[in-house]
Design a protein around this ligand. Sequence first.
Ligand code: NCD
Length: 307
Amino acid sequence: MKLKSLTSIDQVDEEFLKRLFKIAADFQSPPSPFNGRLFMPPFLPGQRAVANLFYEPSTRTAASFHVAATRLGASVYSVDDVQFSSMAKGESLEDTIRVIGGYVDAIVLRHPEDDAAERAAAVSPVPVINAGCGAGEHPTQALLDLYTIEREMGPLSSLVGLKVGLMGDLKHGRTVHSLVKLLRRYDTKIHLISPSGLQLPLSLKRGDEISLFSLESCIDQLDVLYLTRVQWERMHSSQQSFVKSEYSVIPKLMSKAKESMILMHPLPRREELPRELDDDPRAVYFKQARNGLYVRMALLQMLMSKG
Ligand code: NCD
């Protein structure tokens, strides 16, 4: 399937995903010539341009898309200071996209509104990549998360029954909203662990998945623990007083977790992921962030290739 834009993880089929991961792996460890791997050479300098439009703060996603595009030989136009853009003059997202889409070969968009990527893709002359919109989806994060799980735990076909704990602010956490959909395709056993009031939205819930308020009762069974921070910026202050911290117990609970469990986090972290965990060999979140570079290179390469 040739994908034009990536606004939701639902658009990614198995064939696209396998090809993406193969190209990403080849970027990560370039193959020697003629060994049959899928390595795609970079574009020639000046052949492609990417716009990075970030209307919400970002470090990893913006930087990794920027570096990914440059490594592919593309030039990058970045807007991350909305006050200096025409948005500040009241220009609609659609108009900005139409205009910028006339200058570049792909648009990477982060925006505070859940439906922004779809609206952008509907009018854009070039592929739009959702780099996290509101509390909706963050499909490229889910792709790099699954890529990390595959590299750490084994091929996608062997993930059946893998016990994955998704913990934190599952209501507002867009990374989880995309990842949960992707994990279900492989018949993993999902445990949803969140404080009350921050559970996964009903529209994303499935009856056969275990919902818990505490990690303690399941940590010894998990193969993957995916932590997320509380998205304070997406909450009313009245909600904040409801949030009780389950997180402070995590370092202690790690002694009950399997030796083979991996601890993931999309970052940035707050108090839920104390630095003392960084030396735990099960902590893979910095590797996970680095994997994002290769997955984003592969995605840009696939979306910007003609034919
Ligand atoms: C996430 C995001 O922006 O949704 N960050 C990221 O892209 N790695 C997670 C978060 O902000 O908590």
